[in-house]
Design a protein around this ligand. Structure first.
Ligand code: SF4
Length: 344
């Protein structure tokens, strides 16, 4: 079951939590409430307002109060055929859905894709024709919304259409986190026919790494589908080294590779989640000491503007540079090491 605004109000009444039903109704009119039963069941009702699950799925009056742009990244500026966006040289993205199993309150597309546009089958042929005419495109991202929230036959229609014209297909989906029971054996068997296929998901907090989510990941992995994770750095949810250390330790434990950690985009309705990039760099530095290298994601800023795009930002590790040596961070936190650069 998907929980909408009125069902949510009823459930919150029975939870005994303090809330204002009119705020939920007002936010719902602009940014609709959609929560899977499963994700709702993870809320900690003893302390809901500090619960990372609650904060990602329950509307907040602050969503109506910020004055950011609705679509700073303007992804559809690069739309080359209906729902096909070609922004990066070798990669294209096809927006095959505008629905999700949950409307995440921090979603970067809350003002655009999810509110007003949906692809249909007629979008496939022109998209395939464009890709055929642009052999530099080797990788296709199916995105939305959430492609794994589509009916299986429609998803397969898109996969079968795109399979012959690209090297790799990626699916961006949060269903593994928000409604893992949807990752059925039947769905996994279907996906496995379209290799090489990758799935990228979005775990943001260790509490989301449940036994149900781990089992859904395992079903995909057993079909040879590699899994990557793209977290968002969210104030009040995961913007600290302890939480992310625990999250990434759990993710590699279920064989999901931490890939990106995004700074939250400056999108209207999400300002209450922004954390400073300097704070994120500081957290990244701690993660480098605390985690195996393959568990540390790249930290990414998605820059807007004419030449904007995803940029990986690293803490500066050259503390001092001369003609014959570098001073670098040492093996343990707070230490430094001198590295001689002279050839002899
Ligand atoms: S699942 Fe993804 S696209 Fe859908 S609301 Fe959440 S963040 Fe946005």
């Amino acid at each position: 079951m998907i929980i909408g605004a009125e069902e949510l109000i009823q459930r919150m009444n029975s939870s005994g939590a303090a809330f204002d039903p009119e705020t939920i109704r007002a936010v719902d009119k602009v940014y609709p409430v959609r929560i899977s039963d499963y994700y709702f069941s993870l809320i900690d009702w003893k302390d809901p307002t500090h619960c990372p699950i609650y904060r990602q799925c329950i509307p907040d009056g602050l969503e109506l109060e910020d004055s950011q742009k609705e679509d700073p990244l303007n992804e559809f500026r690069y739309e080359v055929s209906p729902f096909l966006v070609h922004k990066y040289y070798s990669r294209a993205a096809f927006f095959c859905s505008n629905i999700c199993r949950m409307n995440c309150r921090h979603c970067t597309r809350k003002n655009t894709v999810m509110s007003n546009r949906i692809a249909d089958k007629t979008a496939l042929a022109p998209a395939v024709a464009y890709i055929k005419a642009h052999p530099e495109i080797t990788d296709l991202l199916l995105t939305g919304g959430d492609p794994l929230a589509l009916p299986m036959d429609l998803l397969e229609y898109y996969l079968a259409g795109f399979r012959p014209v690209v090297n790799t297909i990626r699916i961006g989906s949060r269903v593994l986190v928000t409604d893992p029971a949807r990752i059925t054996d039947e769905l996994c068997d279907m996906l496995a026919q379209y290799h090489p296929l990758w799935v990228f998901t979005q775990f943001n907090h260790p509490r989301e790494v449940t036994k149900e989510a781990a089992a859904a990941c395992d079903r995909l992995l057993r079909r040879g589908i590699p899994l990557g994770n793209q977290s968002v750095f969210l104030k009040g949810i995961n913007a600290d080294a302890d939480t992310l250390t625990e999250l990434y330790t759990k993710l590699i434990g279920i064989r999901v590779r931490p890939y990106y950690l995004y700074l939250c985009d400056k999108v209207k309705g999400t300002a209450h989640f922004y954390a400073d990039y300097k704070q994120a760099l500081d957290v990244m530095e701690h993660l480098r000491y605390r985690l195996p290298g393959y568990a540390v994601p790249k930290f990414i800023i998605d820059a807007d503007g004419e030449n904007g795009g995803k940029v990986s930002i690293e803490p500066n590790h050259i503390l001092e540079e001369t003609d014959d040596h570098l001073i670098l961070p040492g093996r343990t936190e707070g230490t430094t090491v001198r590295y001689n650069t002279a050839s002899h």
